[in-house]
Write a protein that binds this ligand. Structure first.
Ligand SMILES: Nc1ncnc2c1ncn2[C@@H]1O[C@H](COP(=O)(O)OP(=O)(O)O)[C@@H](O)[C@H]1O
Ligand SMILES: C[C@@](O)(CCOP(=O)(O)OP(=O)(O)O)CC(=O)O
Length: 464
């Protein structure tokens, strides 16, 4: 049977408000999709390639040694589809990509649980928009326009991630592409609400399994649905199933994805897309702080502080949540306002950023976790002194990785900010180490749309 090639992309993310709080179903997160996407193309393996086994070959041509080959077979006792990495490197080590491997195993197991389709050999190509990784200076294209997909010329493990959520976008796009490729349209249609709900559930399951932990899932949710207010799912939905290959994994996974596993397995996440806006004339800007030092285990420490200091933590979280939800309302009000003076129009949004930052600093101080450390305070304050900047925060878990700003959407504002950042020396004193780094502005902005079916022909140049 000849299958039609498909291509699917999913956006990156930034958690503008609700870091840590979103781990608890009591609270929500305001998450924006970003217009840097991960694209996945699936097509038949040309018969001349010599592949005779059941194989899925995955390539990420922007990176070195980024070819992964998988054999697969349906296991006995409803254990789902077993997916085995086949390719070895020169030292006979298996070259593994856990996110790709787990996603293929979950997607094929789900497909097999629906019907008994022939899983024919396929060739999968992953292409990431350039902003997911910092571009080495040697690769900045001075005269010629930058290629749509850089060749980063390093193995993926050596690429410097910019924190846009590459694994969630990858897992989501790969899951969507495999379901669309192998299942007939009347069984699976990614453009419908139901198709997206199933994609969300399956991608969350695969992403958690690959990560080895159940996070809030805001990154997968925004990869599927784009910008939204997100309330997480109950973690128990994804902690009760057996491992792939074990008896009944196939039917358990199907129940998880279809939400047919009784009350305990009912998905209870919430996605609110209305009321999430960036006013026309403004845009989000992401700045990558590349200072080389980071504090690990921040989530654990913050949660331990909350557990040990419930009254104090609850006061801060309630207040922070009030401002986080009001930020979405203020943005919508500004978007709909008839006020023409930008100072008046954005006054509340500006004040809201200040209140959120003050509470985050209070949480940092009381928990001892550098969520908005003094070095980031200095940087955010300097940016906020620009009249073109409405406000900014440390996104997600905070720390030394990044800042996100809401600024006027015009070239002059972007150029002014770029020159402020270009001269900025970022010094951080984490654990006694003093790291010095640079701050760079990424070329991304907010994106409302989530997962998207793409034209297959556009990637021809990068397909081998
Ligand atoms: N372009 C890509 N091609 C193949 N795998 C990728 C790509 N980008 C990310 N990945 C997978 O995602 C992993 C990174 O995930 P993670 O450390 O969770 O980062 P992030 O915070 O960006 O999601 C990589 O080790 C790799 O397995
Ligand atoms: C703390 C959190 O609420 C938010 C973390 O957001 P980031 O955007 O910092 O996450 P990574 O991409 O994994 O680095 C944890 C969670 O919600 O899972």
């Amino acid at each position: 049977m000849v299958r039609t090639a498909v291509a699917v992309s999913a956006p990156g993310k930034v958690l503008l408000a609700g870091g840590y709080l979103v781990l608890d179903r009591e609270y929500t997160g305001l998450v924006f999709g970003l217009d840097a996407r991960i694209h996945v193309n699936v097509q038949e393996i040309p018969t001349s390639s010599g592949v005779t086994l059941n194989e899925i070959v995955v390539q990420s041509p922007q990176f070195q040694d980024a070819v992964w080959e998988y054999g697969y077979r349906l296991t006995e006792r409803d254990g789902g589809m077993r997916v085995m990495p086949l390719r070895v490197d020169a030292d006979l080590n298996l070259n593994r990509n856990i996110f790709v491997e787990t996603t293929i195993s979950y997607a094929l197991s789900y497909i097999a649980s629906l019907s008994s389709p022939m899983i024919s050999p396929a060739s999968v190509t992953i292409l990431a928009d350039n902003d997911y990784y910092s571009t080495p200076a040697a690769l900045t294209y001075k005269s010629a326009p930058a290629p749509r997909f850089h060749n980063f010329d390093v193995p993926i493990s050596k690429a410097h991630k910019t924190g846009l959520g590459s694994s969630a976008a990858l897992v989501t796009a790969l899951t969507g592409a495999l379901l669309s490729y192998y299942l007939p349209k009347n069984t699976y249609d990614i453009t419908t609400d139901l198709g997206q709900r199933h994609l969300h559930n399956l991608a969350q399951a695969a992403h958690c399994a690959a990560q080895g932990k159940v996070g809030s899932g805001f990154d997968v949710a925004s990869a599927v649905y784009g910008s939204c207010v997100y309330r997480r799912f109950s973690p128990s939905i994804l902690t009760a199933h057996v491992e792939p290959g074990r008896r009944q994994f196939g039917s358990q996974l199907r129940e998880i994805v279809d939400g047919s596993g009784g009350e305990a397995g009912k998905w209870d996440h919430e996605i609110l897309k209305e009321g999430v806006k960036v006013p026309k004339g403004l845009r989000l800007v992401m700045c990558d702080v590349n200072c080389g030092s980071q504090t690990p285990g921040m989530v654990k420490q913050v949660l331990a502080w909350r557990k040990g200091n419930p009254t104090e933590a609850s006061e801060i979280w309630e207040e922070l949540h009030r401002h986080n939800t009001a930020l979405a309302d203020d943005l919508t009000a500004a978007a709909e306002s008839a006020e023409t003076d930008p100072v008046k129009r954005y006054a509340e949004v500006q004040q809201r950023f200040h209140s959120i930052r003050a509470l985050i600093r209070q949480m940092s101080e009381q928990s001892g976790v550098p969520i908005e450390p003094p070095e980031q305070t200095e940087l955010l304050d300097a940016c906020e002194r620009m009249s073109e900047v409405i406000g900014g925060v440390v996104p997600g878990a905070g720390g030394y990785d990044a800042i996100v700003l809401l600024i006027q959407d015009d070239e002059a504002a972007v150029a002014k900010l770029r020159s402020l950042l270009a001269g900025w020396k970022f010094r951080s004193g984490v654990d006694g180490d003093v790291g010095v780094g640079r701050v760079s502005m990424l070329g991304v902005r907010e994106e409302m749309e989530g997962v998207r079916v793409e034209e297959v022909g556009q990637y021809d140049e990068w397909l081998s």
